[in-house]
Design a protein around this ligand. Sequence first.
Ligand code: PLP
Length: 348
Amino acid sequence: TNEFAFADDPFANMPKLRARLFANENPLGISASAKEAIIKATEIGNRYAWMEFGQLKSLIATDDGVKPANIMMAPGSSDILMAAADHFAKGGGTILTSTMTYDDLLQRAEKFGAKIKALPMTKEYKFDLNAIKASITPDVKLVYIVNPNNPTGTIIPTPELEAFIREVSPKVPVFIDEAYIDFYEPADRPKLGKLVAEGMNVILARTFSKIHGFAGLRLGYAIAQPDMLKILHAYTNGDFAVSITTLMAGIASYKDIEWQNHCRAENAKARAYTTKALADLGYEVIPSATNFILFPIRMKTKTFEGQMFGQGIGIQTRDFNGQPYCRVSVGTMDEMAIFMDGFKKVVG
Ligand code: PLP
């Protein structure tokens, strides 16, 4: 083993789990169409991927009502988050966000000199957009919002989010991390691309890691103004960071609406089952629009986590305001039954 790699990564020596529910992955894998595309890609792995990223950008641009020039591909949306963190941390300044949200961008920006101002969420565990608006001062360089949010699973009503972007983005860039957007029912999905098309200073970050099951294959993209993409591109290799194999699989999966609908429906079923099973035990689950669930637990996070992992059940735990919470990803129905069984053993 490489003694330098992952020296402090808790997942590096992960035991074999019966239910892997700690990373919000797609338990159903990648689609048959994506697998087929990967095999085809082996024949042209010697070629640079100009045509393929162009094709995928065109498909996304059409759906989002933007131009291909508004899109930059990346090996997962993390690269977009890191590029934004590096850029907006430069020279200090503040990034405005909320507590109880995904903090990869925030931690990176802090490391490079940014101050992070995280405002409390509403009592429904949502971003408090009014409080954020009221906190915009000249030192705020970026507003970071995650919708649907991780780890709370909550969503901001689309009209409120749109109005917020219209009001705030002329003053300060707004970053909307849409990693879990594919779990909206298609008719309810926010269409923030139209705000980019109108020229607003908003950056949308999307990923194939969730409903498409590409967490290991690595594919994501940003939608923003071309000038902003040019800035972010200075911190990444942009489109060319993605392999032709991943792009071809991504194109196949993107077109495979049937597979996406199947994954969304299976997720909703297993999520409803788990939410009800926890509620039946008296646990108050935060209503989730995503492929994970957050709920308060009644024991110390480390004790709970140790006892769950000890049974081969991977979950995550967090403390917010001194209250311990469990975040469990939505797996298959079988995995959720294993989770509930293990949970009952731990809580007695
Ligand atoms: N943003 C959010 C809110 C996430 O939860 C994740 C991963 O779980 C990411 C971004 C990054 O995902 P990826 O780099 O796999 O696209």
